[in-house]
Design a protein. Structure first.
Lengths: 493, 115
């Protein structure tokens, strides 16, 4: 039952928000309370999984592999916890920033449908069910992206919708072919079934899924949709997307390439490693040329995705643990940066770096709050990003892949350069002539999520031991999937 | 049968890709529709399209599983059709909105956010 809660809570909150369609205050309260309940349920789930091992629910009590299995291992539980945290931050941040017209057209129901889709994707143990959760998440994100109907949003939404539908079609084709060749779609059962299958066929299917999930995760060379769309909706929506959506793609890659396609890592995982290096480089170089706050951040999502799949490509327990740690750290930091960009926009009326400036003299607290996630993203000690990169570099050196380690370090320097550019342009340089559209940001609801997420970043940095220990145990479950398979299929292997 | 299906799936994929690479937004959406049809038929043929008894088990005589058709691909396709129907309806609404706001039907003109 506990495994189902992170999906059921947002879905029922979405339904409740629909019932309260006309009452905005009620929707605010429901969205906030629902997100808090989601976080609590997720934390409890993580606690149970950490204590008692992998939790499985067979939908409708049909035994696996005939029914749909929902599986919470440590990785899934950790991801659901972070989803809950981001959902709560955005639910608190939204009432103060999202305008009444967007709220009147179902912003809060969509927000919670999105959270349900993301949590469902993390918890499902069935490949076709993963496709369905992807679609739940996508359709909510399509509408959130286009809601408001500004020109930029519509343009961004078209690209976003098209490329995601392409990716879904690829995913669906791969699902069909996998079913045709193994007769099952339960991921644990697939892991067993593909051991006997033709390894060339399984590699072809692996490549299909790599392209499908690669598009969703914005991996090189399939990332162009991201910087074209993520900066167009309101800041709360960008923050939610930036934190969660690409990471669902990364999660799917990690899941599929540790559980199902592990026959030929010399080919598949080396390819992932090469893609990781290219993703890091193109993302960070793309950011250099940008002059819009949120577009710079968008390009940095891409380069950071590179780090996350670098751990998967190295495919050692330490590297995977570093990847898991990296994903958790990144979701929190990146959401926070986008929330801060929303605050800056509210205070100064622009996202354009050339029209911003002088915020450090008027709002020193905001400057400090920006520096915490920005320096963490670049990897400065003692923040969470430093340790994420440290573990990755250590894993890379242990695996003898010095080239990718060198790339990772150079990209980290360039990230620092980019963050300093934002710092200099937005906070340090003297303010340009006043821009119309600026509003005072007095509401605590705007600052609270930013402050809390910054504190979480610091806490992960200070208490790196326990968090990394958790990531390490999650990685062990991924590297040795026998426990996962046994938990899902019972004794029958 | 399998051969015909394979040809059809291939033709649908080719048509879809051709339409998606056009510059017109309407053709783009037609392409996406074709793409989902292609994927659905691919599942159908990969799941084994063959003549067989319906998968109904009466308690009198249980037929051999090999003699029965596999109902799962059809269940998958049905789900996928419903999803693609919803998504296509949304993209048509988006198209009409895009045309009203930008007055453009050319994909190349929708680039103001990338400059």
């Amino acid at each position: 039952m506990l495994v189902l809660l992170p999906v059921l809570i947002p879905l029922s909150i979405a339904a409740a928000c629909l019932l309260g369609w006309r009452w905005r205050r009620l929707q605010h309260a429901l969205a906030g309370l629902g997100a808090a309940a989601h976080l609590v349920a997720a934390l409890r789930l993580l606690d149970v999984v950490s204590d008692r091992g992998i939790q499985v629910v067979q939908a409708g009590n049909w035994p696996a592999p005939f029914g749909i299995s929902l599986v919470a291992d440590l990785l899934a539980a950790m991801m659901v916890v972070v989803t809950g945290l981001i959902g709560l931050a955005v639910a608190i941040y939204s009432p103060a920033t999202v305008d009444a017209r967007r709220e009147a057209f179902g912003y809060y129901p969509l927000l919670h449908v999105l959270l349900a889709g993301v949590s469902g994707s993390f918890l499902t143990g069935d490949l076709f069910n993963l496709y369905v959760w992807f679609e739940v998440m996508l359709i909510a994100s399509f509408v959130l992206m286009a809601l408001g109907g500004e020109r930029g949003q519509i343009e961004g939404a078209f690209k976003y919708v098209t490329i995601n539908l392409l990716s879904s079609a690829l995913f669906l084709a791969a699902v069909g072919l996998l079913y045709g060749s193994t007769g099952t779609l339960n991921m644990a059962h697939l892991a067993v079934g593909l051991r006997q299958a033709d390894s060339r066929l399984s590699t072809v299917l692996a490549m299909l899924l790599l392209s499908a999930f690669g598009i969703k995760a914005a991996v090189f060379p399939l990332f162009f949709w991201l910087p074209a769309s993520y900066h167009t909706p309101p800041a709360a929506v960008s923050a939610l997307f930036a934190g969660l959506l690409t990471k669902v793609g990364v999660y799917a890659l990690i899941r599929v390439f540790t559980l199902i396609f592990v026959r030929d890592p010399a080919f598949t995982h080396t390819l992932i490693l090469i893609l990781a290096g290219l993703t890091m480089l193109t993302g960070v170089l793309g950011a250099v040329a940008q002059n819009d706050f949120r577009r710079i951040l968008s390009f940095h999502i891409i380069s950071q995705i590179g780090y996350m799949i670098m751990g998967l490509g190295l495919f050692t327990p330490l590297a995977l643990a570093a990847s898991v740690f990296y994903v958790v750290h990144h979701i929190i930091v990146k959401t926070n940066l986008f929330l801060i960009s929303g605050l800056v926009h509210r205070l100064s009326g622009s996202y354009d770096l050339s029209r911003l400036g002088g915020l450090y003299s008027t709002r020193p607290l905001l400057g400090v709050l920006f520096l915490i996630p920005a320096l963490s993203l670049a990897g400065l000690p003692p923040l969470s990003g430093f340790f994420a990169k440290l573990f990755l570099v250590q894993a890379g050196l242990e695996a003898g892949s010095t080239l990718i380690v060198a790339v990772a370090l150079v990209v980290s320097l360039l990230t620092l350069f980019s963050m300093m550019k934002i710092w200099g342009e937005v906070f340090w340089k003297p303010a340009p002539a006043a821009v119309p559209g600026a509003a005072p940001a007095g509401r605590a609801a705007l600052w609270l999520p930013v402050i809390v997420l910054a504190l979480v970043t610091i806490v992960i940095g200070v208490a790196v031991g326990p968090v990394f220990d958790l990531a390490r145990r999650a990685a062990d479950q991924l590297m040795f999937p026998e426990a996962y398979i046994r938990a899902v299929l019972g004794g029958q292997l | 049968m399998a051969f015909l299906l394979a040809l059809l799936v291939g033709a649908l994929y080719a048509g879809a890709l051709y339409m998606i690479t056009r510059r017109s937004l309407v053709k783009l959406i037609v392409g996406l529709a074709l793409l989902s049809h292609a994927a659905n038929l691919l599942i159908f043929s990969a799941g084994g399209a063959r003549r067989a008894a319906p998968p109904l088990v009466c308690d009198a005589a249980v037929p051999h599983p090999q003699a029965m058709a596999d109902p799962l691909p059809q269940a998958l396709i049905l789900t996928a059709i419903v999803i693609s129907f919803g998504v296509l309806a949304f993209s048509l609404a988006l198209l009409s909105r895009a045309f009203r706001i930008t007055g453009e039907e050319d994909v190349d003109q929708l680039r103001t956010t990338e400059e």
